[in-house]
Ligand binder design. Structure first.
Ligand SMILES: C[S@@+](CC[C@H](N)C(=O)[O-])C[C@H]1O[C@@H](n2cnc3c(N)ncnc32)[C@H](O)[C@@H]1O
Length: 279
């Protein structure tokens, strides 16, 4: 691989078993709403970049009818192995081709470039050092008039209330760690700009609600996803001078108490934007 093109960024969450559990939880919470926004049509060919454990990739493959080409690209071999296992366990091994590769230099065959109807990436751009390179690859991968759909976090829009004790410190360190690793925690607000920079025409943008409150039966899972994200990023957060272990532990205990509070609520949405390739 050409080193200038490959993405050398570190992935803050890693691919431990605990992280894979968190990723599965996130999929359970968000997939239905994300699929609705994507509005896939039967027979569409889909490319999913940063496909992780492939749960959403398989869902997209089902939505296009299970016959079309659906390819998932993932850099971490641990994630790919688990994605293939999960697909096999669900009897869906034939639905998606999981391919190991880097988002900045997507391993497509020459006949595949410009052939996909839809290129999709969710929660990837916040983890790469040059998101513009990735979106340009996505733009190249779709046919004339094809769609690029990107969905990502913007950590400026995260509002838990009542504020859990110790939350500002752990949140500041978490967001700061993205920046230390050379990644962009505010990429969500830039999605339309990235589409335009890649030569695409923006069509629409929006948010997928990723919060919840006491009384909502998915709130426990949403809060657990947040706690697991902090636990998974603990080493990265503590390795700089952004946070000490005592403050980290206080914040985690605060969150554990907060998630069963009678009036606890989290206000947050993942950003998405869709662009179209010139016809
Ligand atoms: C938060 S997960 C999201 C997975 C999946 N898109 C989903 O929504 O369930 C981000 C994934 O992107 C992968 N990733 C990070 N940097 C990458 C890169 N440069 N190229 C390909 N995959 C990458 C990570 O290994 C991880 O599996």
């Amino acid at each position: 691989m050409n080193d200038e093109m490959s993405d050398t960024s570190e992935y803050i969450h890693g691919s431990s078993l605990e992280e894979q559990h968190r990723l599965s939880l996130l999929n359970e919470i968000l997939n239905e709403s994300c699929l609705r926004e994507l509005n896939l049509q039967p027979g569409e060919k889909v490319l999913d970049i940063g496909s992780g454990l492939g749960q959403f990739t398989r869902l997209m493959a089902q939505a296009v009818g299970g016959q079309a080409d659906v390819v998932g690209i993932e850099r971490d071999s641990g994630q790919i192995t688990q994605a293939r296992k999960l697909a096999e366990r669900s009897g869906e091994a034939g639905l998606v081709e999981f391919r190991e590769g880097d988002a900045a230099e997507v391993p497509l065959r020459s006949s595949e470039w410009g052939s996909f109807d839809v290129a999709h990436a969710r929660f990837l751009l916040e983890h790469v050092s040059q998101p513009e390179l990735v979106v340009k690859q996505m733009a190249r991968s779709v046919r004339a008039g094809g769609r690029v759909f990107i969905c990502d976090d913007d950590h400026g829009d995260f509002r838990p209330w009542p504020e859990p004790p110790g939350f500002p410190a752990i949140w500041q360190a978490y967001v700061g760690t993205f920046e230390t690793l050379g990644n962009d925690p505010y990429v969500g607000r830039k999605l339309v700009s990235l589409l335009v920079e890649a030569g695409l025409t923006p069509v629409r943008n929006g948010g997928v609600f990723f919060g919840g409150c006491a009384g909502d039966d998915r709130f426990d899972a949403t809060a657990n996803n947040l706690i697991a994200a902090f636990l998974g990023a603990k080493d990265a957060m503590l390795s700089g001078d952004l946070l000490d272990e005592k403050t980290f532990n206080t914040a985690i205990s605060g969150l554990v108490r907060w998630k069963s509070g009678a009036s606890s609520a989290l206000w947050y949405s993942a950003c998405f934007a869709e662009g179209m390739a010139p016809k």
